[in-house]
Ligand binder design. Structure first.
Ligand code: FNR
Length: 360
């Protein structure tokens, strides 16, 4: 590395230098005009902090508990696809970094390392992100493997009945590497081997008919808690609680699906109010600074998930790069807590931030 990055954003340039353009564009890009992509980050910049002074901050405790699992800070690893395109060790390296940082990784259904390889490579608490396939029997088999290999929750992604239009991928003719979780399972249906067009792959296998009723089906095949990822409205938040999910992830899929959805940080509070503390609300989209973590917690999230910065760390320097990214966010978050007068996560309240919608 030419010079050590001093913040998470600087890993993006290192990733750009390390990766072929096609893969860099795949990891970085958003849907269509990429308006939401910019907004996810920009909306954080419009939220200001309201620090309290003369508070004893000689000891800062960032730890928190998610579904009963204690983690070192409210910063988790979002499910992102195809880590071997970023680094040969792929999701195994990411999982080891998660373990070293004492946090939770959510493994993507579209991973390049298998559920089993990731499970045997580290003893961290792991969740699994699921896309329900047209072939429900195959999804059921994957869920069974996930349970057998000690994953602690299923994160069902619900914002991807079809793939958003990512124009850089179209131009680059981006193709999928082998998705090894499906190996031997789908070969007669669609081509999941190396070289499949992404859109065709997704549209060939994802169940576009999935609806709220199907949460019952998922519950019937697993005892693991089910979180729903991709909720952006109070209507859907209420519905999710009604059908009995164990948690909600406020997410617009890192702006890769439907462009012109609002920045996730601007709808977090709407969801939190609708949920009313009945289940935990997690958050992702645009988290690049410790102050962003703090803002999301002040607006009611229990923890944030980080997507692209983790992949950039992985591309730049494998497991060590991912560790650095998480550590940097943790360090910045700790400093933000200290300078805001919060020594524990539960001290962070709504009154520690002011948004553009607040009347002062
Ligand atoms: C994603 N995301 C995603 N989500 C999911 O549920 N399953 C997946 O396989 C993927 N794959 C994926 C690939 C890449 C390259 C990106 C950037 C994102 C979305 C991800 O979980 C998360 O919602 C966003 O990445 C959060 O936004 P930031 O942190 O990237 O701004």
């Amino acid at each position: 590395m030419a010079s050590e990055p001093v913040n998470v954003n600087e890993f993006q340039e290192l990733a750009r230098q390390a990766l072929p353009k096609m893969y860099y564009d795949f990891f970085t890009g958003g849907a269509e005009d990429q308006h939401t992509l910019k907004e996810n980050v920009a909306a954080f910049r419009r939220i200001m902090l309201r620090p309290r002074v003369l508070v004893d901050v000689s000891r800062i405790d960032m730890s928190t508990t998610i579904l009963g699992y204690k983690i070192s800070a409210p910063i988790m690893i979002a499910p992102t696809a195809m880590h071997q395109l970023a680094h040969p060790e792929g999701e195994v390296a990411t999982a080891r970094a998660a373990a070293a940082c004492n946090t939770i990784m959510i493994l993507s259904n579209m991973s390049t390392c298998t559920v089993e390889e990731v499970a045997s490579s580290c003893n961290a608490v792991r969740f699994f992100q699921l896309y329900v396939l047209k072939r429900r029997d195959i999804s059921a088999q994957i869920v069974h493997r996930v349970e057998k290999n000690g994953y602690k929750a299923i994160v069902l992604t619900v914002d991807t009945p079809r793939l958003g239009r990512r124009e850089a991928d179209i131009k680059n003719r981006m193709v999928s590497p082998q998705l090894r979780n499906f190996e031997g399972l789908l070969s007669t249906e669609v081509d999941t081997d190396e070289g499949s067009n992404l859109e065709a792959l997704a549209e060939g296998i994802f169940d576009t008919s999935l609806s709220w009723e199907d949460i019952g089906w998922l519950k019937s095949i697993t005892n693991l808690p089910i979180l729903i990822k991709g909720v952006l409205t109070h209507e859907n938040a209420r519905k999710a609680v009604e059908v009995g999910v164990a948690g909600i992830v406020v997410s617009n899929h890192g702006a890769r699906q439907l462009d012109y959805t609002p920045a996730t940080i601007s709808v977090l509070e709407e969801v939190v109010h609708a949920v009313g503390g009945r289940v935990p609300v997690l958050f992702d989209g645009g988290v690049r600074r410790g102050t962003d973590v703090f803002k999301a917690l002040a607006l009611g999230a229990q923890a944030v998930l980080v997507g692209r910065p983790v992949v950039y760390g992985l591309a730049a320097n494998g497991e060590r790069g991912v560790r650095r990214v998480i550590e940097m966010l943790k360090d910045e978050f700790e400093l933000t807590m200290a300078l805001s007068g919060c020594s524990r996560v539960k001290d962070i309240t709504r009154s520690h931030v002011t948004t553009e919608f607040d009347k002062l």
